[in-house]
Design a protein around this ligand. Structure first.
Ligand code: FE2
Length: 292
């Protein structure tokens, strides 16, 4: 009967994948087992530390609800999300860069007409966003979809607000025939990722701050083009140089120009200072469209 020790166990576990019918799964699991075992040997993991790790993962799962995704936060704060994105979406030909989805995406946000106010009733300084969705060689993409979300002016997302407030500061906008978009929302501010769960415990123990620089999220998509999950970051925001989830990309840092109260680009009168933001998104053709 075979028995295993710290030297032979890894090869033995991988050998049990011999009958696996899925070559990709076999490769992924073999590598995972190799690195996991190497990690245990590397730090000479104690039994108590391993139990602590399992309890941590259990708590991470229990912290997840339909409005909270603690595992995405764990992936983000360990840099795995950005690593996966970097491998799968290398920027090419000046195309829009991807960054993390984050834990606050909510499907089926309402669609607004061009110029719509996504943040009606939401605290924060008004900001008017505009620009175009273009091909990598600068041709406009009509009917491209921007699926947009952010926190309020204090960096709090609707999912985190007390009570069931529904969707706030979220919405979809489609480009016109010239590929143009414009909408109103607020100027985002820096905010801490949720720290009242297991990931917060981990960050404190690591001696890390939990803050992200100010940003507005969006997924930009159009038929025949690669959809891009991204942000616009506020230039000069605190924490641009130490984003807690490593998502900052210089190409996504955007100037927010401040204006006195008056007529906004949408034609509406604004009784408080407001900001304007201009950014063009360049999309790559999808692999299928490029091959056609
Ligand atoms: Fe965010």
């Amino acid at each position: 009967m075979p028995e295993f020790n710290e030297k032979t166990i890894t090869a033995a576990v991988i050998a049990r994948l011999a009958e696996c019918k899925d070559p990709r799964f076999q490769r992924v699991m073999s590598s995972l087992i190799t690195h996991l075992h190497d990690f245990v040997r590397d730090v000479n993991l104690t039994e108590q530390e391993w139990i602590n790790a399992l309890m941590f993962l259990t708590a991470t799962g229990k912290a997840c609800t339909d409005k909270r995704q603690e595992f995405i936060l764990l992936s983000d704060t360990l840099g795995v999300s950005v690593l996966v994105i970097s491998l799968n979406h290398p920027p090419e030909q000046g195309s829009l860069e991807s960054t993390v989805l984050g834990p606050f995406y909510w499907e089926n946000a309402p669609e607004f007409p061009l110029g719509g106010n996504l943040a009606a009733g939401v605290s924060g300084e008004p900001a008017f966003y505009s620009g175009r969705v273009l091909t990598t060689d600068g041709k406009p993409i009509a009917n491209a979809l921007l699926d947009i979300w952010s926190g309020d002016g204090d960096g709090t997302y609707d999912m985190q607000m007390a009570g069931d407030v529904g969707m706030k500061a979220r919405g979809k906008i489609r480009t016109d025939a010239q590929g143009r978009y414009w909408f109103r929302s607020i100027k985002p501010t820096y905010y801490p990722v949720p720290t009242d769960g297991p990931v917060g415990v981990m960050l404190r123990r690591m001696g890390r701050h939990p803050n992200r620089p100010g940003h507005i999220h969006m997924i930009v998509s159009a038929p025949g083009y690669e959809a891009v999950t991204t942000h616009l970051f506020v230039a000069n925001s605190e924490y641009l140089d130490s984003d807690a989830v490593f998502g900052m990309k210089e190409s996504l840092v955007t100037q927010f120009d401040k204006h006195p109260p008056g007529k906004a680009p949408t034609g509406e009168a604004v009784s408080e200072p407001f900001y304007t933001v201009q950014y063009d998104f360049r999309l790559r053709k999808s692999a299928a469209a490029a091959a056609a």
